[in-house]
Design a protein around this ligand. Structure first.
Ligand SMILES: Nc1ncnc2c1ncn2[C@@H]1O[C@H](COP(=O)(O)OP(=O)(O)OP(=O)(O)O)[C@@H](O)[C@H]1O
Ligand SMILES: [Mg+2]
Length: 258
């Protein structure tokens, strides 16, 4: 694994909200094809970390490198165009549009055409074909004509990830893709996401509270606690870490989903 290219790296990343040191000196690396779980109790700073990396917040300190390039100050649109995509803890869908159109918009926006109407007419079938392929990958093809608002929660979560995937990112940051669904549905969601990202060798970081999911699907686990990285290692190493057990598993991380 270690010979693979580093896609994203943060060095001493910081974000403070008044007295709250939400992210307090996080140095993190992810390589092509790696699936990393980011875990930690509520308020540990996980979402804030993703918000900084994806350009939703400016950091108060530290650097972000994407494929060796300093992108610390790049806007979130620029970051999406470069290949840094995310999904949301609370899904971000066009509720009144169909499942197909939600994906179609992502594909179109990736193409970033200026004379969008004419280009769209010209490439309509091509875009539709690609959108269907993405929907098939995520098991949503049959739901193509359904308005996003009518999907069950598990499929809404998958669609949110599929939209990020449609942007063809090199790094994908997924904020609790399995929150708010049953344990069975969590596995169904992961069984769609993980093969898709592995197949494209996308560096994927998944924020997750459910330890069965964390240990079952990730190559490496990074533990955040009060804005800092408390530990990192293979799922086995993290499972056996006394410090992690005391600080996290002891306080019921697996039950703390939000
Ligand atoms: N925009 C904001 N303004 C003020 N405080 C914030 C803001 N965003 C996050 N915080 C605070 O920063 C800390 C970290 O929050 P964050 O949402 O990153 O945690 P998290 O690890 O994602 O938690 P959870 O598992 O509950 O999603 C919390 O104390 C939170 O209240
Ligand atoms: Mg969060």
């Amino acid at each position: 694994m270690s010979e693979r290219e580093i896609i994203l790296e943060t060095i001493d990343m910081k974000k403070h909200f008044g007295e709250v040191k939400a992210v307090d000196g996080v140095s993190f690396k992810i390589r092509a094809g790696e699936v990393v779980a980011l875990i930690g109790p509520n308020g540990a700073g996980k979402t804030t970390f993703v918000n900084i990396v994806t350009g939703y917040y400016n950091p108060d300190g530290g650097k972000i490198y994407y494929m060796g390039r300093d992108v610390t100050k790049a806007s979130r649109i620029k970051k999406i165009k470069m290949g840094i995509a995310r999904s949301f803890q609370l899904v971000n869908l066009y509720d009144d549009l169909t499942v197909l159109d939600n994906i179609r918009i992502a594909v179109l926006s990736r193409m970033g055409k200026t004379s969008i109407f004419w280009k769209t007419v010209e490439h309509f079938n091509e875009i539709k074909k690609e959108s269907y392929e993405i929907l098939s990958t995520f098991g949503l093809a049959e739901k193509a004509p359904v308005p996003a608002k009518d999907l069950p929660q598990g499929e809404r979560k998958i669609l949110d990830v599929a939209i990020a995937f449609a942007l063809k990112p090199k790094v994908l940051l997924l904020d609790e893709p399995t929150s708010g669904v049953s344990s069975k549905d969590k596995h169904a969601i992961m069984n769609k996401i993980i093969p898709a990202v592995r197949n494209e060798k996308i560096a994927t970081m998944i924020i997750e509270h459910d330890m069965d999911i964390v240990f079952g699907y990730s190559d490496r686990v990074v533990v955040m606690y009060e804005g800092k990285i408390l530990a990192e290692g293979t799922p086995e190493e993290i499972k056996q870490s006394k410090e992690v057990q005391e600080k996290l598993l002891g306080v019921g991380v697996s039950a703390a989903g939000s």
